[in-house]
Design a protein around this ligand. Structure first.
Ligand code: LLP
Length: 411
């Protein structure tokens, strides 16, 4: 049986395989909980994304992988080899991208709270600085100008438009509305363009947007794209690029339909082509789409607790290791590494952390599971380890990488 959303996972004779390797056999000596990533899946996701852009007629697209989804160095190095750039939001992510040898000329810097130190680091990391500061306020633009002046440099900047759209996703990860802290309203962008003093040490090279994450429908994306294209076309001189952000959703749960990569790319291409005379370079900032289905969290069952009608499968992984289910109520598959025969029954899969929110699945119908069995939580490559913590004084979760030759390595 093939599990649709998992590029790299399948059951063979009731054993769970990743990239043709039995997970139990290759990881039986590893202490749980741990993340296991497939480089094969990562590479194929990246290439699919890049090819979809170029096949839709977008020439020389720049795919800046959003490091926040998963900044694992081995994964970054693999993406770098394929030509990926980086979308970063902190000095730490900048250093990590450079460590993976991603060139500064492919790095865009997003985020509302860039500090003076971070701006200086980004300007100094290369003679020409980074590809773009995606600026989120006029106040930030002023700061970038001041820092650039002090270094006798010019900063390359894209203004992030707040397109005032409402996105159908979890409210914590919707970023394109007027009351959200992100981006600059069109009126303020227009005002800033008229204020010459702002631009002394700054080159306006692009416009950017990012309206939210895990976008399953493209209505708001279409509206925002139209807004950004309209603004770009009204500028006195043509832009080098338009950065359309990230956000494309992934099928965590096959029962919930969502827009495909192809639909997304053709929408981006069509909107640009039908509204602009000269199509600028398109920059993308995908995170989740590139890495979500590359990772599983392997965890071991400590004990099964029965409490009248409730059956708790208590595992050694907790919300500190993987927080998406607790924080967003997100659905993730629970997959035993060895499937036992017998009838499925409703279970709660919970961790050892002292919070009721510490749960990976509630009332999930699962095949028989016993203590010491290993199970995995699926599609955790994005916002898994990167959001993990040592809450309850637990060890930081380990990560293992399955490379394309089938070797297992740590970073
Ligand atoms: N660009 C910007 C400016 C962003 O803020 C983000 C994500 C991305 C790109 C990448 O978005 P993606 O393609 O991965 O959807 N922790 C949450 C997701 C937070 C997303 C934050 N920004 C989660 O686990 O769902």
């Amino acid at each position: 049986m093939n599990i649709k959303s998992h590029l790299s996972l399948s059951y063979k004779k009731n054993k769970l395989f990743i990239d043709d390797h039995c997970i139990n056999s290759i990881t039986k000596d590893l202490k749980t909980p741990f993340y296991l990533y497939s480089v094969k899946a990562l590479e194929s996701n990246y290439l699919n994304f890049y090819l979809a852009a170029s096949n839709n007629g977008l020439s020389n697209p720049l795919v800046c992988y959003a490091l926040k989804a998963n900044p694992n160095l081995s994964l970054l190095k693999s993406l770098k080899v394929l030509g990926a750039g980086a979308d970063i939001v902190s000095g730490g992510e900048l250093k990590q991208a450079l460590k993976a040898k991603i060139p500064a000329s492919k790095i865009v810097f997003s985020g509302v709270g860039k500090t003076e130190d971070e701006i200086r680091l980004a300007l100094k990391c290369h003679r020409d600085g980074i590809y773009s500061f995606n600026v989120e306020s006029i106040e930030e633009l002023e700061m970038i100008g001041t820092v650039a002046q002090s270094l006798n440099k010019k900063a390359r900047v894209a203004l992030r438009l707040n397109p005032q759209v409402n996105v159908k996703t979890h409210k914590h990860i919707s970023t394109g509305g007027k009351s959200h802290k992100f981006g600059i309203l069109k009126v303020d962008i227009e005002k800033s363009l008229k204020k010459k003093s702002l631009w002394k040490n700054i080159d306006l090279v692009g416009l950017s947007m990012h309206i939210g994450s895990q976008l399953t429908c493209l209505k708001a994306t279409e509206k925002a794209l139209k807004e950004i294209v309209k603004l770009a076309s009204a500028l006195p001189s043509p832009l080098e690029f338009i950065d359309v952000g990230g956000g494309l959703g992934v099928p965590y749960n096959e029962d919930h339909p969502l827009s495909s990569l192809e639909e997304y790319m053709s929408l981006v291409a069509k909107t640009l082509k039908s509204n602009m005379k000269v199509i600028p370079r398109v920059v993308f900032e995908p995170g989740r789409f590139i890495v979500a289905n590359c990772g599983v969290l392997v965890t071991e069952v400590i004990r099964i607790k029965k409490s009248e009608e409730n059956k708790f499968i208590i595992v050694d992984g907790g919300m500190n290791d993987f927080v998406r289910s607790s924080l967003y109520g997100a659905y993730h598959h629970v997959l035993p590494l060895s499937k036992r025969s017998g009838n499925p029954s409703p279970c709660h899969v919970v961790g050892p952390i002292c919070e009721t929110a510490d749960s990976f699945a509630s009332n999930r119908s699962l095949p028989p599971i016993k203590s010491r069995d290993r199970i995995c939580i699926g599609d955790v490559g994005a916002y898994g380890h990167s959001m993990s913590s040592t809450y309850n004084m637990r060890e930081r979760t380990k990560e293992y990488i399955l490379d394309v030759d089938g070797n297992l390595k740590t970073n």
